[in-house]
Design a protein around this ligand. Structure first.
Ligand code: COS
Length: 379
């Protein structure tokens, strides 16, 4: 595995880091406090070419690769975890699957504007009764002439109120179990499509998490993504890629927790000296840095496998499981190092702790990742 970056990859990552530090980070606390979806940041990401990093230029993207893209997600999440997940969902579980699995017409119609950042993407698999058990889909899709008619309610949909294009899973044949699920490309303007309730969450407060309601929603037959009955595999393959970028988001949150801890430990004095001089603090910092490096290594390895079209399911699950635990652990330690100040909104530590938690839950809980890892080992 050669992870030596090219000059072009370095340039993209450097640009993303500067953008994150100067434009994204300074707004993170305000976006969190006001539960504000940072539309202007998404527009700037489009201008900078960050909405289509792993997509070839002929399809509106920057022509780079998955590794560079997840490194950018880390940089963004380090500054603002909300911004990290907006890009992650837009690319990993909407734009990229359409690029990989879509017909040429679908790519021209959807990938081009998505990769250019003219449109925002989302992924609608989860339902009230189909979370970890993703196969328990209740949403139905019935063929009616040139359209499929979709009925059902999706929940916890990231980018829900702001996305233009959704990959939606639905049952085309209930009797066939996982082989009766199909995936569709659905536009927000299709008749029968509406956005339902917005969730009030513990963290990632700037990210839009909503219900999607499909009521006699008419989707043209040419918007079937993959073959009828292949939807479960399409969704699982999308999540294989999605979990790498969520893991990168987790590494970004963990790194921000370390950065904040180092700065505070040098500045805060107790017993007549900076708390950085105490071994209890030094050990926490050393453990954080080591875990972050290990998690980042897993993320880069998974992205490299994906770029080389090698099996990635197991490594992607490992990266997501481990990086999410590291993010939660590091952000918890960051609050501890900050003491009473860490429990207030005067410092970013409490926000990082709230933002970290969901990385252990969405795109498959830690327990699901362990099932996937064990499943591939015990097959
Ligand atoms: N890529 C491609 N195909 C896959 C796959 C993957 N990563 N994982 C499973 N499949 C295929 C299997 O090969 C199998 O195909 P065949 O029937 O042709 O052999 C089919 O899908 C069914 O697989 P399996 O029997 O393993 O499905 P299960 O219902 O047991 O589900 C888990 C497996 C639990 C791992 C899956 O439902 C899952 O990942 N759940 C979590 C979903 C999730 O992340 N939810 C969060 C919502 S998105 S924010």
């Amino acid at each position: 595995m050669d992870l030596q970056l090219t000059e072009e990859q370095e340039l993209i990552i450097k640009m993303a880091r500067e953008f994150a530090e100067t434009e994204v980070g300074p707004k993170a606390a305000e976006v969190d406090k006001n539960h504000r979806f940072p539309e202007e940041t998404v527009a700037r990401m489009a201008e900078l070419g960050l909405m289509g990093i792993p997509i070839p230029e002929e399809y509106g993207g920057s022509g780079s690769d998955y590794l560079t893209y997840v490194m950018v997600v880390e940089e963004l999440a380090r500054a603002c975890a909300t911004t990290g997940v907006i890009l992650s969902v837009h690319m990993s579980v909407c734009t990229y699957p359409i690029f990989q699995l879509g017909s040429d017409d679908q790519k021209k119609k959807y990938v081009v504007p998505l990769a250019a950042g003219e449109k925002l993407g989302a992924f609608a698999l989860t339902e009230p009764g189909a979370g970890s058990d993703a196969a328990a889909q209740q949403t139905t899709a019935v063929l009616d002439g040139g359209h499929y008619v979709l009925n059902g309610t999706k929940c916890f949909i990231t980018n829900g109120a702001y996305a233009d294009v959704f990959i939606v899973a639905a049952m085309t044949d209930k009797s066939k179990g996982t082989k009766g699920i199909s995936t569709f490309i659905v536009e927000k303007g299709f008749p029968g499509f509406s956005v339902g309730q917005t969730e009030d969450k513990m963290g990632l407060k700037g990210s839009s998490t909503t219900e999607i309601i499909l009521k006699e929603c008419r989707v043209p037959v040419e918007n079937l993504l993959g073959k009828e009955g292949d939807g479960f595999k399409v969704a699982m393959a999308a999540l294989d890629g999605g979990r790498i970028s969520i893991a990168a988001q987790a590494v970004g949150i963990a790194q921000a927790s370390l950065d904040a801890s180092v700065a505070y430990a040098k500045e805060r004095k107790q017993f007549g000296k900076p708390i950085a001089s105490f071994q209890a603090i030094q050990f926490m910092i050393a453990e954080m840095a080591t875990k972050i490096e290990a998690a980042r290594g897993l993320v880069h390895r998974a992205a490299w496998l994906k770029d080389h079209h090698l099996p990635v399911t197991q490594t992607s699950a490992m990266a997501k499981y481990y990086a999410a635990e590291v993010a939660s652990w590091c952000s918890n330690r960051a609050v501890q190092i900050h003491g009473g100040a860490g429990y207030t909104t005067a410092y970013p530590a409490e926000r990082l702790m709230r933002d970290a938690k969901v990385t252990e839950i969405y795109e498959g809980t830690t327990e699901i990742q362990k099932m996937v890892i064990a499943g591939s080992l015990l097959r």
